[in-house]
Ligand binder design. Structure first.
Ligand code: SF4
Length: 438
């Protein structure tokens, strides 16, 4: 029996892919270890979205060279495996194999080459996969990791936003078969999942070729699965997000009240340079309909400041959008050039100190709105899925509301092992809420 060590860098797509690889290894009878020095097969699932992520991966590969046992195999999977296919052998010659994000169907074949028998009967128990919240360094979190599960519905992206490496590393859009998606969700529910997050670079572009099933239709179909308590999805592209999806969301009782719709910026000039394929007016029109149909939902977004050519006037438009209270929360990034993408070679790169200034100004403005949103929960009782003991204070438990807001409460024997609790909210902060078990 071979033992596997698996480490994941990067986004939730990578966490979901790692779960898929782990499932394939488990179905062949492999066991898992958290000690790389004890493993027969070491897998590092990598990210190439930013330079920093790449540096961390190469640093880790250097450490593993000294830790891994003689004879054990090292596999590099994910976006960096694809991006650095030609240079990995030179940069990290101790790596035994590469599998890009579109090659995971070859994984079992690779395991067979490395001596894992492929004719063993499948294990009789279900495998518990890692979730979005899985964190080996987070003591006690593993017990709750299976409650929120990630299920991919698409692979790849063909939007080619000018700052993004994903279309080059993950290839064109591929929509998974609805039966395959349903089977995956049922498996997660049998393992105890309370919330399923449907994943894709752009879930709204889902289209099942043979039947024409689109994302709204898929939501309706999946929402009806027996035992599915909470359903949500990531990420939506504004170009493909439409009224049909909003209507589906308004009809489905187990869809969670949150939408992540990355706007990136509010200047049409910059949106065009990013090749985002919508204008700010089109974006606002879509969210007006969303707000009308789903008034109590949280709208969250991604924002990039300091994109090449972004002027002070462009930035002022984005700031104004945020100051108007458009978003309940936002992930704000300073643009960082990614080699191999068109934006990296654009003239008029914004100086680093100016990017940081804009980042801070925008963060401050957003924080005000996020805090107001959190304050609105004081006095309410909110249902929460538990994620484990709080990372910052082990005397408290932590979890997430349906709006995806973090909540903490005092740890006690009565609620310590429950997967879901109702929390009476007493305080609100920039980062989330605090309260007591109701
Ligand atoms: S939609 Fe744009 S930002 Fe998102 S993955 Fe595709 S190319 Fe990248």
């Amino acid at each position: 029996m071979s033992s596997v060590y698996l480490q994941t860098f990067g986004c939730q797509m990578n966490v979901a892919d790692s779960n898929g690889l782990a499932y394939q290894a488990w179905s062949l009878g492999c066991t898992f270890t958290e000690e790389p020095g004890e493993a027969d097969i070491l897998i590092v699932n990598t990210c190439a979205i930013r330079e920093k992520a790449e540096t961390r991966v190469y640093g880790r590969l250097g450490q593993l060279k000294n830790i891994k046992r003689p004879g054990s195999k090292l596999l590099v999977a994910g976006c960096l495996a694809e991006k650095d296919r030609q240079v990995m052998q030179k940069k990290a010659p101790h790596v035994d194999a590469l599998l890009g994000p579109r090659e995971y169907r070859r994984f079992k074949q690779l395991l067979a080459q490395w001596g894992v028998p492929t004719d063993a009967p499948p294990p009789q128990t279900e495998m518990r996969a890692a979730s979005a919240e899985d964190d080996p360094g987070h003591d006690g979190a593993a017990q709750f990791a299976h409650l929120r599960a990630l299920v991919s519905i698409t692979r790849g992206c063909e939007k080619f936003c000018t700052y993004c490496i994903v279309p080059y590393t993950r290839g064109p859009l591929e929509s998974l078969d609805p039966e395959e998606i349903e089977a995956h969700i049922r498996r997660e529910i049998r393992c105890g999942a309370k919330e399923i997050t449907l994943l894709g670079q752009n879930v709204n572009s889902y289209i099942h070729g043979p039947t024409g099933l689109n994302f709204a239709g898929l939501l309706r179909r999946l929402s009806a699965i027996d035992g599915l308590e909470r359903l949500t999805f990531l990420t939506s592209h504004p170009k493909d997000f439409d009224g049909d999806v909003v209507d589906a969301l308004a009809q489905l009782p187990n869809v969670q009240p949150r939408l992540h719709l990355p706007v990136q910026c509010a200047s049409n000039r910059v949106l065009a340079a990013m090749a985002r394929l919508y204008t700010i007016e089109e974006y606002l029109e879509k969210i007006a309909y969303f707000r009308e149909r789903l008034p109590r939902w949280a709208l969250t977004t991604d924002l990039i400041v300091g994109f090449p050519g972004e002027s002070e006037a462009d930035f002022a438009q984005t700031l104004e959008l945020v100051e108007r209270g458009t978003f309940e929360a936002a992930f704000i990034f300073a643009y960082s050039p990614r080699s191999g993408t068109p934006a990296a070679t654009m003239a008029a790169q914004v100086p680093p100190q100016e990017k940081i200034r804009r980042l801070q100004v925008l963060n401050t403005a957003q924080m005000q709105r996020t805090n107001d949103f959190h304050q609105s929960f004081i006095g309410e009782t909110v249902p929460v899925i538990v994620s484990g003991p709080s990372k910052k204070d082990a005397s408290r438990m932590a979890g997430k509301t349906g709006h995806n807001v973090t909540v903490v409460w005092p740890r006690d024997a009565r609620s310590e092992h429950r997967p879901c609790v109702d929390i009476a909210v007493e305080q609100a902060y920039n980062w989330g809420l605090a309260g007591r078990v109701a």
